[in-house]
Structure formats: structure tokens, C-alpha cells
Design a protein around this ligand. Structure first.
Ligand SMILES: Nc1nc2c(ncn2[C@@H]2O[C@H](COP(=O)(O)OP(=O)(O)OP(=O)(O)O)[C@@H](O)[C@H]2O)c(=O)[nH]1
Ligand SMILES: [Mg+2]
Length: 365
């Protein structure tokens, strides 16, 4: 998942690190006298000092107080260990430009790329930054907070259900073939594993074979399906699914729908009718991570046309770039709920920005 981006980010981090090391090396050295006292008080340097010409040897008889007294050499070590650097635009200009190119090449949307670069720049430039033993830590934490800043919060579905009146009704929408039906089955399985009861409404009455497809998934998972004949009004099917859930104390209704493009007025009107009749708590837009920027644009269009509360990105397992996963929440202003990571029922991952950033910034295998 996201291997191309991950590898490129690794290279960029190396680039940032060497530029910052260089800047720190050529700095005349910022006075750090006051905090140097703090550091010594908080954390006396206790490692044995390597031999230096002017270092008086610590005698065996030295009192503990004397032994802990900071020697000149230890003071120097603290100064070096606590190097500070004041980074200027020129120090990070080149790696920032490279980062911008990498993000764009990996399908991160332009406004999101701009936001990440702006966050990196303001975190790094013109600030006195302490550099500890590893400059890479500084770069990684800056990049981490820039990425987390655009990824938003995610949405914990189990918590959402626990906090809402049952049945919680979830309507899945999106364009053709992106993985809606598979996602309905996976989410049903996920919810059952988390202790919730589920019913599925076979709301795609349009495409040939669609009712049988969702029914087969549901049967395999032991989930009840509510279905009508092919060609029936999907609003009526989904209304019935909600009634069934109410009558049987079911926690969650998952509504499959036919694939549609936002510019097909009749199909969008049908979706609007479904919304009015079923009154979903969550409208979930499903698209493929592999579609990159197209997925982000479509998600935005769907949101404007019929509203969206959360997004699922499928086929993340086939996406080396990660651009849609990074861009969609920031662009649409709605959280990512799950990533689809394969064709099996367990191949679904609740979206956690922290986990995704760890994945992107993890060391290369
Ligand atoms: N690799 C991979 N394949 C997936 C994933 N999710 C769905 N698929 C595959 O994508 C194909 C289409 O999935 P469907 O669930 O039928 O898509 P849909 O959006 O319901 O399609 P329509 O109903 O025709 O609009 C199937 O072959 C799925 O197995 C995923 O996360 N990873
Ligand atoms: Mg389908």
C-alpha cells in the first residue's frame, strides 16, 4: 500500500536531513547558555568522558557532588548535543520543492499539496529548532504533523453506532464498479465481529445480477438481506429494510445502491428520493484509492449533489501512490471511514490518520 509515495518520502527526508545538518554545521552556533543550565540540572551527563588533553582526571576520592559537577568537556558535549539551528528559506527551499513534486506526482491534490508545503515551511523556517542526536527525527516529526494536519480525524464507526439511536442507517453511494457492494459486505462482517446486528438492503435493483451478488455475500456472512424484484423502486426496498430492523431490534441497516455518475440527473434524483424515504444517518461515498485525483473530484461532486458524511476508499492494496487517501478528507471536508485493502471480507481497515502516517513514514523494509 502506497509504496511509491513511501519510498519517495524516505528520499525526501534524507534530503531535508542533509540540508539541515549542513545548515547546523555552518551556523556560528546560537548561544544556549540559559537552557544549557536547565539541561544540566535536569539530566546530569554521567557517561565516562573520552580522554581530552586539558581535562583534569576525576580522582577516585572525588565526592559524589564533585563527580556530578559539570566539567568543561561535559559542558561542551551538552552544547553539541543540544545544537540549535535557525533555518532559513534557502536551507529548505530545495527539499520543499522536491516534496511538492513528489506529492503532485503521487496524485495528492494541488490545494492539499500546497497546505502540506505551507505547514512544513512554517514549522521549519525562521524558528530556532533544537537538534538532538537525530536530525531525521526533526524532519519526520515536522512531516508527520503536516500530513496529520490534512488527514483530519477519521470516524470511528463502532463508537458512532453506540452513540446513536438504533437502527443506524448507512447508505452507500458512488460511481459504477468502485466496490460499493463488496464494501457493504465487508462492513457488515466488521460490524458483526464488533458485536452489532446487521441487515442489508439490496438497493441496487438496476444492474442485472446485483441483487444476487449482494445476497450471495450476505448469505455467506449470515446476514439477513431485504430484497425486491429487479427493477423495483430502491426507495421501497430500503424503506422495508429499515422497517425490518426496527421490528427485529437490529442495530444497523446497510443499504447497497446502484452505481451512478453525479451528472446523470435521473439517477441522482432517485438517490435523493432514497434519502427522503430512508432518512440515512450516514451517507457514505465509496470510490477507489487507485483512481487518485479523479476519486477526490468525484467525491467532492457527490458531496455537492447529494451530500456525503464519510468516504470509503477501496483498492488501497492496489494503490502505490496514496494521493486520494491523503487528499480526500481535506478536499471534501468529510472523514475517511475505511480503506478497502483486498477482495476478502476481512480486507477492510478503519481509517486512522496516525496509522496511515506511520505507514507512510515507516522505515523502508
Ligand atoms: N483489490 C481490491 N479489490 C476490491 C476491493 N473492493 C472491491 N474490490 C473488487 O472490485 C470489484 C467491483 O466490486 P463491486 O463491489 O461489485 O463494486 P460496485 O461499486 O458495487 O459495482 P457496481 O454495483 O457495478 O457499481 C470486485 O471484483 C471486487 O472484488 C478492494 O479493497 N481491493
Ligand atoms: Mg454493486
Amino acid at each position: 500500500m502506497f509504496d511509491s509515495l513511501k519510498k519517495k518520502l524516505q528520499n525526501i527526508r534524507t534530503k531535508f536531513t542533509s540540508n539541515i545538518e549542513e545548515a547546523a554545521g555552518t551556523e556560528p552556533g546560537t548561544p544556549v547558555a540559559e537552557e544549557f543550565e536547565d539541561v544540566l540540572a535536569a539530566e546530569p551527563v554521567s557517561e565516562p568522558s573520552p580522554p581530552v588533553p586539558y581535562e583534569p582526571p576525576v580522582s577516585e576520592e572525588a565526592t559524589p557532588e564533585e563527580r556530578e559537577k559539570p566539567t568543561f568537556f561535559n559542558r561542551l558535549k551538552v552544547l553539541v548535543r543540544e545544537r540549535e539551528v535557525l533555518l532559513q528559506e534557502k536551507d529548505v527551499e530545495e527539499p520543499l520543492f522536491e516534496l511538492e513534486m513528489v506529492l503532485l506526482e503521487n496524485d495528492v491534490a494541488l490545494p492539499v499539496t500546497d497546505e502540506i508545503i505551507a505547514r512544513m515551511r512554517s514549522d521549519l523556517v525562521g524558528q530556532h529548532r533544537k537538534i538532538g542526536s537525530s536530525v531525521d527525527d526533526l524532519v519526520t516529526s515536522t512531516l508527520r504533523s503536516a500530513l496529520c494536519g490534512v488527514l483530519g480525524e477519521g470516524l470511528d464507526l463502532s463508537r458512532y453506532i453506540r452513540e446513536h439511536e438504533r437502527p443506524v442507517k448507512i447508505l452507500f453511494t458512488g460511481v459504477n464498479g468502485t466496490g460499493k457492494t463488496t464494501t457493504v459486505a465487508k462492513v457488515g462482517h466488521y460490524l458483526q465481529k464488533n458485536g452489532f446486528t446487521v441487515v442489508i438492503g439490496a438497493g441496487d435493483t438496476f444492474r442485472a445480477g446485483a441483487i444476487e451478488q449482494i445476497r450471495t455475500h450476505a448469505d455467506r456472512l449470515g446476514i439477513k438481506t431485504i430484497q425486491h424484484q429487479a427493477g423495483a423502486d430502491p426507495s421501497a426496498v430500503l424503506f422495508d429494510a429499515v422497517q425490518y430492523a426496527k421490528a427485529h431490534d437490529i442495530d444497523v441497516v446497510l443499504a447497497d445502491t446502484a452505481g451512478r455518475f453525479h451528472n446523470r440527473a435521473n439517477l441522482m434524483n432517485q438517490l435523493e428520493k432514497i434519502r427522503r424515504v430512508m432518512k440515512p444517518d450516514l451517507v457514505v461515498y465509496v470510490d477507489e484509492a487507485v483512481a487518485g485525483n479523479d476519486a477526490v473530484i468525484r467525491a467532492d461532486e457527490f458531496n455537492k449533489a447529494v451530500g456525503t458524511d464519510a468516504v470509503v476508499l477501496t483498492k488501497a492494496d492496489m494503490d502505490p501512490k496514496g494521493g486520494a487517501a491523503i487528499s480526500v478528507a481535506h478536499t471534501v471536508g468529510k472523514p475517511i471511514l475505511f480503506l478497502g485493502t483486498g477482495q476478502g471480507y476481512d480486507d477492510i481497515m478503519p481509517f486512522s490518520p496516525r496509522v496511515i502516517v506511520d505507514e507512510l513514514l515507516g522505515d523502508e523494509a
